[in-house]
Write a protein that binds this ligand. Sequence first.
Ligand SMILES: Cc1cc2nc3c(=O)[nH]c(=O)nc-3n(C[C@H](O)[C@H](O)[C@H](O)COP(=O)(O)O)c2cc1C
Length: 368
Amino acid sequence: MSSTLFSPIELRGLNLPNRIVVSPMCQYCVENGVVGDWHRVHLGMLANSGAGLLIVEATAVTAQGRISPGCVGLYNDETEAGFASVLKTVRAVGRAHLGIQLGHAGRKGSTAAPWVGRGAVAKADGGWDVVGPSPIPFMADWLVPQQLDRAGMDDIRAAFVSAAQRAARLGFEFLELHSAHGYLLSSFVSPLSNRRGDDYGGSRENRMRFPLEVAAAVREVWPSDRPMSVRINGTDWVDGGWTPEDAVVYAAALKGLGVDIVTVSSGGIDPAQQVPVKPGYQVPIAAKVRTEAKIPTITVGMITAPRQAESIVAGGDADMVALARGMLFNPRWGLHAAAALGVQVDYPPQYQRATPETWPPAKDSIAG
Ligand SMILES: Cc1cc2nc3c(=O)[nH]c(=O)nc-3n(C[C@H](O)[C@H](O)[C@H](O)COP(=O)(O)O)c2cc1C
């Protein structure tokens, strides 16, 4: 069968064999931002999922920009060396092209891992001061961010640049800026978290200014033959918040700076959000951004079935699909999707005795 999902896509100098992306997923389990054994195995496994592109989790550009004390960073020689070692293994065993998501948690930093409750971590327990566009906490009992001044914004922009240079040195082929889910860059663009009275608050143009400055500075140092993406919010799902129309304007501005593709996600800005979670619930916003801003999109969120993924890209709603939980649940998702869609794909030679062609019961084992 001919499949759009399993057709190649070219982004600048990167040729991906299919349209499947492993979405970035925080693991909350490293010390001092340095990846080690967990990531060696976790990323090594996902690099053989059958997805063409594997994007490493939100990676903080400063220690203060980590979400939790266990989050990964790329802000000094130790964090860079940790990646160099892990990537050597991942490249030796896996086939996916490797991308990295760079981010800063902003006012949602210094929080606990989900399995210990996500609340604010006090300084006495290894937490730190957090920063944001305005001194408004995400929740009443979370840390109140210090309002960033121009010098603080300059430091963070420089940290993004330096992390991008480290990522380029590490040989990542794709870079995504995290400007979604209420973390620093998305908290600047949303009127719910940005109440500034200067050039960086008020109008949409002003609220977008700092994130666009960061994107421009990163694009300048990220190698011109490697693609860059930005994960944006398609909506805050709160009245008076960021809307799909805002997302179109933001995506068009990012495109103008040389951003090649945007991942359209949503939410995480305000606990009052009402998210209509259902299969593919963010696809219509990705489609709107793709059509109106005329930029390629990655859609994400509640995409689980191979035929669902195929129809999204074949129907032109998005150029690529990203899966997060579906890949944790089934780290061979891409290979199984190929079998379900009747497409023959390369397996690692070590696994070739278990392909649907060499071992017909393979299909029964995923059919339920
Ligand atoms: C364990 C876990 C960690 C996540 N970490 C990140 C992250 O680092 N960066 C990000 O942009 N989204 C993150 N997300 C959101 C996912 O990338 C994805 O957008 C979301 O889970 C919806 O997709 P799904 O329905 O396929 O899981 C995370 C989700 C999960 C389940």
